[in-house]
Design a protein around this ligand. Sequence first.
Ligand SMILES: [Mg+2]
Length: 262
Amino acid sequence: MEHSIDFSNADILFTDVDDTLTTDGRLLPETYLALCRLAEAGISVIPVTGGCAGWCDQIIRTWPVRAVIGEGGAFYAERTAPQTVSWRYWEDELKHRRDQQTILEAVAALKLDFEPRLATDQPFRYVDVAVDYNQQQSLTPEQVAAIHNALLAQGFNVRQSSIHINIWLGDFDKSTMSLRVGRELLGLDTQALQQRAIFIGDAPNDESMFRNFPMSVGVANIRKHLPIMTHRPAAIVSQRSGLGFAEMAEAWLRQRAEPELK
Ligand SMILES: [Mg+2]
């Protein structure tokens, strides 16, 4: 690992999902095993994703995680009993639903010379609205810009992932919700959380986490984004995506077993 991290006080892991845990869209056995070993070692693992609520429901029900933050910080889910998942929203749930409806209507009312299509996982989203531009649809950069600018002009937050144009209302992001999870679920103020939490991610949409979590790690595929990033990880592992995650977990667990190794 380039620039080693001192994991000795760390017992919380916030991790991005797409291209950090997943490798070309798949969760590799090495990566899932690393997640399990971290959890067995008593580390609270909390995925932080832009992915939809439906995706988060599967994660919280089946993975060895303490909680999951989804739709870019709009909510988190935790298991409160073996078969019970509870959801906490950034703001009032009904307000988020009304906002989502407003955005859906604004997208439907766009006057463009082509018809934007929603992402096929839109029914599994609680807060966010996602327009497909590079998943099952293929829009030109000009078409993407036309949608982006029209919605931005109406006062919505708009951001492109590698496949979707995400549109939302509200002042949350991955890091503000992570700090809230630290307070509400772990009973830690920001400073205590920063001293005990590691973050690992891969892309510019993780910058708020790199800014707020000094013990941060990038998987190797982040290198191509570094020139345009203001807030960068403190360390970068040598492997990409899910194997890079497993490499970080290995270093962490080795330090726990042999504390003199730093
Ligand atoms: Mg990612």
